[in-house]
Structures are given as C-alpha cells and as structure tokens.
Ligand binder design. Structure first.
Ligand SMILES: [Zn+2]
Length: 431
C-alpha cells in the first residue's frame, strides 16, 4: 500500500496499482493529492536509497510518483539557524530555479513544506546523476582523449552560461561536476555562488574555493576578484583529467602558492596588483623561480600541443590576462568535444528525418542576468523564512503539475530519520 498524503487529508491510504506493499512503502515522495494513480509499473520501481552525503545534507535517489521518473532528492537541513546561512540557502534555491541549461544542475521541483511553523529544512528535486568527475578520475576506468575533450567542453559550456548570468560559482572542483551514464556533465552545488561584484572597492570573502583549485589571487588575499577564479579551477581540473592526479596538492595555502610558482614561475609585480600588501611583499622577496610549464607535456600522452596551449591560457597568474570561458570555447582544442557533444549527447539538436538538426548557437548565454536584489532588504531569519515559504508556494501558481511533499509513512523515510536522529522531528510533524 502506498501512502499518498494530501495536505487536506494526509492519512488517506491508497494502493498504487500493481505495487506490493513493501515496494510502495519505499516511496519517500508523495503527490499532494488524495487519489492519484501514477503511470508506473512494478518493474520500474526501485527502492529509495541515499546516494550522497556532505556538509550540505544528504541526497537520495527516489521515484517521482507523478511520472515514475527516477530523480535526486536533496535535503537541506537546519536552514534557518542564522541570517547568513538562511540567506545563502535562499540564494541557492533562487539560482536552482533560475537555471535552464543542460550543463548546469537545476531544480525540477521544491517539495512543499507542511506549514511555516514546522519549516526547518528544504527538499529539492533535481535530475539524477550517477557519478561525479572526482569519482571518475580516481577510478580505474580508462579516460580517453575523447572523454577529456567532451568533459572539458561541457564544463566550459555550463560555466559560460553561469558567467553570462553574472554568477561566480566559486567552488568549481571535480566533486561538483556531476556525470551521468551517457557522460553528460552538470555543474552543481551553488552554496558558495554569488553575483559578480561590480564595485572594485567592495570587499569579497576569500573563504571560497576548495584549496587545490583556488586561484592565486585568492591565495594572495585579493579583496576583489572576478569570474577568472572559476577558470583557474577549470585549468586545474583539465590538468587533473589529463594526468589523473591533482595538479597542485598542497597541505596549506602558502604551500599551495609555492606549488603554483614552481610551475608558473615567480609572477611579475604587475601581475599581483590585486594581492594584499603582505602577500605581495612576501612573493617579491622570494628567490625568483623560472617558468616550467613545459612539464605539462608530461602529464600524459594526451597532453598534445593544443591541450597544453589551452592549459597555458587558463593557468595564468594575472586574472586579467587569464582566458575567459567564452574565449576558451573558441580554442581549437574544443572542436572535437563540441562535435561529439552535439552529434550524439545534447538535447538541443534534435534528430529529424533529414538527420541531426544543429542549433545555431552551440554555447548559449543566459538570456538575462541573475538578479539578486531580493537579498538586499533581508534583515532577519524570520523574514527569509517567510519569503522562502512564499516562493515555494508561488512556484505552483499557473502550473498544472501536482505539488509534491514528503511521505513520512514510507519505510525508507523512517529508516532515514532513524539513521539521522537529529531529524526525527520531521516525522513527528505528521503524527
Ligand atoms: Zn546540441
């Protein structure tokens, strides 16, 4: 028997046709309508299970009861603990709902909270992706030159879209690049993302980007930085794809900078203009090091002249001289990745009776910038909670889709709350 909880009549129990009690009890998601028979068969039912854990919470692989599609359910716990974290989650939710691009993860749905009084966590549904680039790189499976090209193409394609929407990701790393079984890649985790700061005098936090992928200007304490920090991370990942090991793997930020200068050489004074005074003085006092970028050829046999040339343009000390995402996509190294992606992987170029119909713009920009003005007048956690609650409800206005909610009676959900006792209050909501 499946439990389909309607907000007006949550305790009604009906059976999904053709489903055994044990199987349907696994369904964590429930459509908020009392009598609903989803178009799914027993063979398609797979148990709900956790697929990822992290500081952000937990991700489950679940079945959408409206169409039987397997999706990822991400729980964002303890959202309203303080103003900074609640504003960050609000921004992330707004971004996930804004994105419309094949290589950027977006929200397919946000689950409806029962009531604002018990609104503590947020559940977001996204497309289900099987793995990520970190797991692929450390796995024994071979990575051909074609793999590297098509992955890099998709990273840059997604990032071009984000940058054109005026968004800095600020945590590009292999673990945040999800990959499905067809090698389609999506950039995820927008917990640190923000809109470009136009005022060069405004201070921006330096507590961004996982250290191995952190750009030199961040390591040197620049108070203001740009989308170039993301390109540096992509350069590190490109080298990691080629060499199957982390390019700059240091224990501390100082060592990180040393590994970078070992490869790039000591920067000129003009190239560290944005660094804080202490870091600049330290750097210029060091014994000068020469450039040893030629070592990039030894990353692997796939490190061709074109590959190394593009790496040279990404791993540049001065962020103003570093290649942009849009320009990197025009590099000859990207041609084969583009061809492969659009000839058999993308959703933008349909197959017709006359063959593949290619789109006119292979790497579309965002039609408009992401507007973060909603954040400006938020001064209390209570205010953020109200706005976020309203935002989730308003998303369904004018839509014919049924809203979804958590099914607290499902066996899988109960085991989940047992596993995470701090979340046990969720279940008591519905008792
Ligand atoms: Zn296409």
């Amino acid at each position: 028997m499946a439990v389909v909880g309607a907000r007006s009549n949550r305790h009604n129990i009906i059976a999904f046709p053709g489903m055994s009690a044990a199987t349907s009890q696994q369904a964590i998601l429930a459509a908020t309508q009392t009598f609903y028979h989803p178009p799914i068969t027993t063979q398609e039912i797979q148990p709900d299970r956790p697929i990822g854990y992290g500081a952000f919470g937990v991700v489950w692989s679940v079945t959408d009861p409206r169409d039987g599609r397997r999706v990822a359910l991400k729980k964002m716990p303890n959202v309203f603990q303080n103003l900074v974290s609640s504003k960050r989650v609000y921004r992330e939710i707004k971004m996930l709902c804004f994105f419309k691009h094949e290589n950027v993860l977006s929200a397919l749905d946000i689950l409806q909270p029962h009531s604002i009084d018990f609104f503590q966590e947020i559940y977001v549904i996204t497309e289900l992706m099987q793995t990520d680039l970190h797991k692929i790189i450390v796995s024994p499976q071979p990575l051909t030159a074609d793999h590297v090209k098509v992955f890099l193409y998709q990273i840059l394609r997604g990032l071009k879209y984000l940058h054109s929407a005026n968004i800095l990701h600020r945590d590009i790393k292999p673990g945040n690049l999800l990959v499905n079984s067809n090698c389609v890649l999506k950039i995820c985790d927008f917990g640190l993302a923000r809109v470009v700061e136009p005022d060069e005098g405004a201070f921006m936090t330096q507590e961004v980007v996982t250290q191995y992928y952190r750009a030199p200007e961040l390591l040197m304490g620049a108070a203001h930085y740009s989308a170039a920090v993301d390109i540096w991370s992509v350069g590190c990942i490109f080298a990691e794809l080629l060499g199957r090991r982390i390019l700059f793997q240091a224990q501390t930020p100082i060592q990180q900078l040393e590994l970078i200068t070992d490869l790039l050489g000591t920067p000129k004074e003009e190239d560290i203009r944005t660094a804080c005074v202490g870091a600049r003085t330290h750097m210029l006092r060091q014994r000068p090091k020469g450039n040893s970028m030629v070592a990039l050829y030894s990353l692997s046999s796939q490190a061709t002249h074109e590959a190394v040339h593009l790496l040279h343009r990404m791993l540049v000390f001065n962020p103003e001289k570093r290649i942009s995402c849009a320009d990197a996509l025009t590099h000859p190294y990207m041609d084969e990745g583009r061809l492969r992606y659009h000839s058999c992987m993308c959703r933008c170029c349909p197959n017709t009776a006359n063959g593949r119909q290619y789109v006119s713009d292979f790497e579309p920009s965002s039609p408009r910038p992401f507007d973060d003005c909603f954040e400006r007048d938020l001064t209390s956690v209570h205010q953020v909670k109200d706005r976020l609650f309203q935002f989730i409800y308003d998303r369904y206005k004018g839509l014919y889709r049924m809203p979804l909610c958590i099914n607290p009676h499902s066996a899988a959900f109960k085991s989940f709350t047992r596993e995470f006792p701090q979340n046990s209050h969720i279940i008591s909501l519905y008792k």
